[in-house]
Design a protein around this ligand. Structure first.
Ligand SMILES: Nc1ncnc2c1ncn2[C@@H]1O[C@H](COP(=O)(O)OP(=O)(O)OP(=O)(O)O)[C@@H](O)[C@H]1O
Length: 305
């Protein structure tokens, strides 16, 4: 059983901070790394795989730092996001090349085993350039599994897959999780993560925004206070109506900015109530914006499904 830990990790590219002081532990079973585009998921996965050194902090495999550590590389398999496959190679040659790079004692046997795991033996003599997207994904997976790693990292593995391919990959990952491997996959779609992952780590704008199972994440995001700035045709009347209803925890009129500031812990009731109250009172809503932008972006992901 292998555990990967990320401790105080940041990574910057020039003045772009891609990953910002992230600490998390990834244990056996399936973990979903959820976040919108540009959140830092690929950067984090590349650091976990030992492809990229952190600018600060440590990425470790069972307490041993991963960067420049060949022993760690032997325990990790990476399925990258990009289609990094050589189209002129057959599936067999592609997987075999990785088996040889790892210096395995019997690369042929390892290649056969890996291709069987992803059920790609039937197409192993065809060129990768002729494969469908799902087949390419599977052959990349075979390549990542050829050295039988304890940890499997997959960057957006479901991108561009049709529903049948998606189900097949989900089955495969479930099996890996049941076998006791440490599997981490990234996605920007909550539904995928929810169906597969027992543990979810949410990253937004480079930061670790939340951690837990699906229910915990959802509760965390919906039960906490949400603050909004509202502009309307009659802020004063809207404030009175909101206070009378009781679904908000704080309402204040900001005379300087000429806005209404509202805090609520009941997101769903509030989202339904606000337009109704305004309509009944003949008030026009010009703007309703969350005060905490990063929370809003996490939240929008969590409620999209
Ligand atoms: N090599 C690089 N050089 C400069 N900036 C980079 C580099 N790699 C990533 N970034 C920046 O770091 C941030 C995080 O990117 P990253 O690819 O890790 O996010 P992501 O969550 O994987 O997004 P996506 O789902 O779109 O791939 C982005 O602002 C990106 O532009």
């Amino acid at each position: 059983m292998t555990t990967m830990s990320v401790t105080g990790v940041s990574r910057w590219f020039g003045n772009v901070v891609a990953v910002n002081d992230v600490t998390m532990t990834i244990g056996p079973g399936i973990t979903g790394l959820l976040g919108p585009n540009g959140a830092g998921k690929s950067t984090l996965i590349n650091m976990l795989a030992g492809f990229l050194p952190p600018s600060a902090g440590t990425v470790a495999l069972d307490d041993t730092p991963v960067w420049k550590n060949p022993d760690a590389y032997r325990a990790i398999g990476l399925v990258p996001e990009r289609e990094a496959v050589y189209d002129f190679l057959t599936g067999w040659e592609f997987v075999l090349a990785n088996a040889e790079l790892h210096g395995l004692p019997d690369p042929g046997a390892a290649t056969r085993r890996a291709l069987a795991t992803v059920e790609m033996e039937y197409a192993q003599q065809r060129r990768v350039g002729e494969y469908s997207k799902g087949m390419k994904q599977r052959v990349k997976m075979a390549s990542a599994l050829v050295h039988d790693p304890a940890v499997l990292l997959l960057d957006e593995p479901f991108n561009g897959m049709d529903p049948r391919q998606r189900l097949h990959l989900m089955e495969l990952l479930r099996t890996m999780g049941i076998e006791g491997r440490t599997v981490l996959f990234s996605s920007h779609i909550l539904e995928e993560v929810e169906q597969l992952a027992s543990q979810i780590e949410v990253v937004v704008a480079g930061r670790h925004a939340a951690s837990g199972d699906y229910r915990e994440i959802r509760r965390l995001m919906t039960d906490r206070p949400h603050q909004y700035t509202i502009r309307s045709s009659d802020d004063r009347a809207l404030a009175s109506a909101l206070i009378a209803d009781g679904c908000t925890t704080a309402v204040s009129l900001d005379d300087v900015d000429q806005v209404l500031r509202v805090e609520t812990s009941q997101f769903f009731s509030f989202a339904e109530l606000l337009p109704r109250l305004a309509r009944n009172a003949g008030i026009r809503l010009y703007e309703v914006s969350p005060t905490d932008e990063s929370l809003e972006s996490v939240f929008s992901y969590l409620v999209q499904s």
